[in-house]
Design a protein around this ligand. Structure first.
Ligand code: NDP
Length: 286
């Protein structure tokens, strides 16, 4: 019997997960089919019930359901519990286990695709939404030196910092208003600058925009844009203009997807095939 892995969230039409996960299943000869289930929040409970069926191996979860799904699952990994967000579900005989592979995806992408270790780094985050929570958790686990968060809504930035203050221990966390970016000492002084906002995302209202222009980007930092569509974002172009090293969001997307693949299948993920098929889909204008 062909088993399904589904993607739960809304909207889904621009997601490339189905493309690269299906390519990975085929490459490994697995009888699995990846299917998008467009699920607005109001339909989430019904979709979760369907996941318990014998024909379902598991699911990915994306916006706007990552946090809402937490109380509907039977068990959570330690990481998912601490971030209060799930991006991967495994169906074990009708019991639904929730995981968060964004954390592993972020750390692995830096290590494997940029040779970059996080320990003792000074980090600036742009944005304080869902993915910023996973990134913050990863940074604290890897014992960075400090983290400064800039967010358009400063209250949301402060809430992110408050939520992690206890687990940060002696690592200083600061939230600042977006307007302070132009004069920020932290920005000039950071080793790693991560865009966790959606600015520049294709098909969004900010398509073609960059969170920062070249003049403000520190040339000695690694600039990581988590936006993966388009593969080369306006922010990455500005960072290159500034002379900084760069990493694009496709890297995290594939590494989180690889970790999910391994949870569903128990097999090692074919990273090359996943990268290639996702790149092709993005180039086709996914
Ligand atoms: P959320 O909706 O939870 O957060 C969006 C963030 O972007 C908020 O901080 C929001 O600020 C900020 N923002 C949006 N528009 C603007 C703007 N015009 N000016 C300034 N700030 C803005 O989304 P997620 O955190 O889940 O995702 C953010 C991005 O990361 C998306 O593009 C997503 O595709 C990408 N992503 C990539 C992954 C990968 O594997 N590469 C994994 C997950 C996400 P405010 O709080 O003020 O609204």
């Amino acid at each position: 019997m062909t088993r399904l892995v589904t993607l739960i969230g809304y909207p889904l039409k621009h997601s490339v997960s189905a493309v690269f996960q299906q390519a990975a299943f085929s490459e490994c000869g697995l009888d699995l089919k990846y299917e998008n289930w467009e699920t607005p929040e109001a339909e989430l409970a019904g979709a979760v019930d369907r996941l318990r069926g014998v024909s379902i191996a598991g699911a990915n979860v994306t916006i706007p359901c990552k946090e809402k799904i937490v109380p509907l699952l039977d068990e959570l990994s330690d990481t998912a519990q601490r971030i209060s967000a799930v991006n991967t579900v495994v169906n074990r005989d009708g019991r639904l286990m929730g995981f968060n592979t964004d954390v592993e995806g972020f750390v692995s992408s830096l290590l494997h695709d940029a040779g970059y270790r996080l320990r003792n780094r000074k980090v600036v985050l742009l944005g304080a939404g869902g993915v910023a929570r996973a990134v913050m958790f990863a940074l604290l686990n890897q014992e960075v030196t400090w983290v400064t968060v800039f967010n358009r809504s400063v209250d949301r930035g402060r809430a992110l910092v408050r939520a992690f203050t206890r687990s940060a221990g002696r690592i200083p966390l600061t939230a600042l208003p977006w307007e302070d970016l132009e004069t920020s000492v932290a920005l000039k002084d950071c080793d790693l600058l991560v865009n966790c906002t959606s600015i520049g995302m294709r098909y969004s209202s900010t398509e073609g925009e960059t969170p920062l222009v070249a003049d403000l980007i520190p040339k000695d930092a690694l600039v990581y844009d988590l936006v993966y569509n388009p593969e080369e974002t306006p922010f990455l172009r500005e960072a290159k203009k500034a002379g900084a090293e760069t990493l694009g969001g496709l890297s995290m997307l594939i590494h989180q997807g690889a970790a999910s693949f391994e949870l569903w299948t128990g097999r090692k993920a074919p990273l090359d095939i996943m990268f290639r098929s996702a790149r092709e889909a993005l180039a086709r204008g996914a």
